[in-house]
Design a protein around this ligand. Structure first.
Ligand SMILES: [Zn+2]
Ligand SMILES: [Zn+2]
Length: 264
């Protein structure tokens, strides 16, 4: 299995997973054109996709889904609730639909097994997923107000973790958003702060992942270095031997460009 974050942040999220010759996107929140450009820039044929899994209907997760599905023929896997909450052009008629999924039922695309689970967020039936293939387990967890016990459990034993570290609480307080938006972001149905992600790293993370990617950063209320330092500080608090080479293994996903490949 190998994975690449094609883009991540409040402006658009796309992760590509490749295993056994199959390629699946988790979320398609960049435009289709930009997604194709970044896929091609990383050496792959952008017309060859085997599936698009959408975690929920917010535009930073679905923006490119309809056009990508139409142009590549890749089926879109989305929960019924998220699908009816979406406003696709032509009512979604141009989309090749995969089987209806939900936040509680595992499903399979080629050699990859997807295990979704519900998370606290203000989308319809929003889920996070773990993906298993080739004996590797990847956890992809963004768009949640806090880390539930279920999410902490599902993240155990992961070889790769992409986890939200959306905002710095102080920057959010002084940030440019109206009060109602700040309330939404910080609420139990909003997004993970650097502090909440750090709390999970200190209290629940099992230290097994080879790669830990901080993702879905707010452009205005966070900074990649702040998120990274918060995570590194939390890991250091577990002791020097808990997560060796943390400086190399902890990275921050970017809005504007793809990450490196994470290969197993
Ligand atoms: Zn989002
Ligand atoms: Zn969302």
């Amino acid at each position: 299995m190998r994975l690449i974050v094609l883009g991540s942040g409040s402006t658009g999220n796309v992760l590509l997973i490749e295993s056994g010759g199959a390629r699946v996107l988790v979320d398609a929140g960049l435009t289709a054109k930009e997604t194709a450009r970044r896929i091609a820039a990383n050496g792959l044929d952008p017309t060859r996709l085997d599936g698009i899994v959408i975690t929920h209907e917010h535009s930073d997760h679905i923006k490119g889904a309809a056009v990508l599905s139409k142009t590549t023929g890749a089926p879109v896997f989305m929960s019924a609730a998220a699908r009816s909450a979406s406003s696709f052009p032509n009512g979604g008629e141009d989309i090749v639909w995969g089987e209806r999924v939900s936040s509680s039922e595992p499903f399979q695309i080629g050699p990859m097994e997807f295990y979704p689970f519900g998370i606290p967020h203000d989308g319809a039936d929003t889920f996070a997923v773990t993906v298993k293939a080739d004996g590797i387990k990847a956890g992809i967890v963004t768009d949640l107000g806090y880390i539930t016990q279920l999410a902490a459990e599902r993240l155990r034993g992961c070889d790769f973790i992409l986890i939200e570290s959306n905002h710095d609480l102080d920057l959010l307080k002084v940030g440019p958003y109206p009060w109602s938006v700040k309330q939404r972001i910080a609420s139990r149905l909003g997004h993970l702060s650097n502090d909440e992600t750090s709390r999970w790293l200190r209290e629940d993370f099992d230290g097994q992942a080879r790669f830990l990617v901080l993702a879905h950063l707010s452009r205005r209320c966070n900074h990649p270095e702040l998120a990274r330092l918060a995570a590194l500080r939390a890991l250091r608090a577990r002791g020097a031997s808990f997560f060796p080479d943390a400086e190399k293994r902890v990275t921050v996903a970017n809005h504007d460009r793809a990450s490196e490949w994470f290969e197993f």
